[in-house]
Design a binder for this molecule. Structure first.
Ligand SMILES: [Zn+2]
Length: 241
């Protein structure tokens, strides 16, 4: 497999999903099954649950924070950070991730949009409150409260029944609008968001590449090329400079 040549691209957009963090020991957030004990993320990590039983949301957050704190970036994260660092000032780069683990930033990536928020960040549950979201690795046994308005605090992640934050959505759309290279890594190529993103990128005339363990079923024609395998093995080969 020959490495990709990034030198001729001006605007590079990368989307990453759970497949990038598997080698760091982090299982996919969705459909994690019995991993969380009797906590079903899709039932617990919702706005409704946050209002009615915030202690359940924090119990799930504690389990996830514990896992993230024990994990380290793997060669897939490192290859993406090295790619960004190797680009010329005239080349723009945006890494959009569905992962809430913060491992891209820990690996050294700079321009990162966390579509679904970050598990190790906390904010007030009242959107109008002046408290700014803050880095937080505490493992709370009881629901913490806001120092400004006394409302319950919440992990700064997008819950299953919430929308993507407007700023993240806007940054993503703007980047895709005129990108000339788009890569989707470790995420399904046939469902949202990759399926929507690749359509926009293709419309903009970009070269589009799918990198994932599993082949697309059915194939998504907006992806022009695909590489199948583990992200932590493929990226260091494809991104060797
Ligand atoms: Zn508040």
């Amino acid at each position: 497999m020959s490495p990709l040549d990034f030198s001729s691209y001006r605007k590079i957009v990368v989307l990453t999903g759970a497949g990038v963090s598997v080698a760091s020991g982090l299982p996919p957030y969705r459909g994690a099954g019995g991993l969380w004990g009797d906590l079903d993320p899709q039932a617990v990590a919702t706005k409704k649950s946050l209002l009615e039983t915030p202690e359940k949301v924090w119990e799930l957050c504690k389990k996830q924070r514990t896992q993230v704190l024990q994990s380290e970036p793997n060669p897939a994260h490192q290859a993406l950070a090295a790619l960004e660092a190797s680009l010329l000032p005239s080349q723009s780069f945006l890494l959009i991730t569905q992962n809430v683990d913060g491992l891209h930033v820990r690996a050294g990536s700079k321009k990162v949009v966390a579509l679904h928020g970050e598990i190790c960040r906390t904010r007030c549950s009242q959107d109008a409150c002046s408290l700014q979201p803050f880095e937080d690795t505490q493992l709370y046994d009881e629901v913490p409260h806001c120092s400004v308005c006394s409302s319950p605090l919440r992990p700064d992640i997008v819950l299953f029944d919430e929308f993507i934050p407007v700023d993240a959505e806007w940054a993503t759309k703007r980047a895709l609008r005129d990108c000339d290279l788009f890569l989707a890594i470790g995420t399904s190529g046939t469902i949202s968001p990759a399926s929507n993103f690749v359509r926009s990128a293709d419309y903009a005339g970009a070269r589009t590449i799918y990198i994932n363990l599993a082949a697309m079923d059915p194939p998504n024609p907006y992806f022009h090329e695909s590489y199948l395998g583990k992200a932590e093995e493929l990226l260091p080969q494809l991104f060797s400079f």
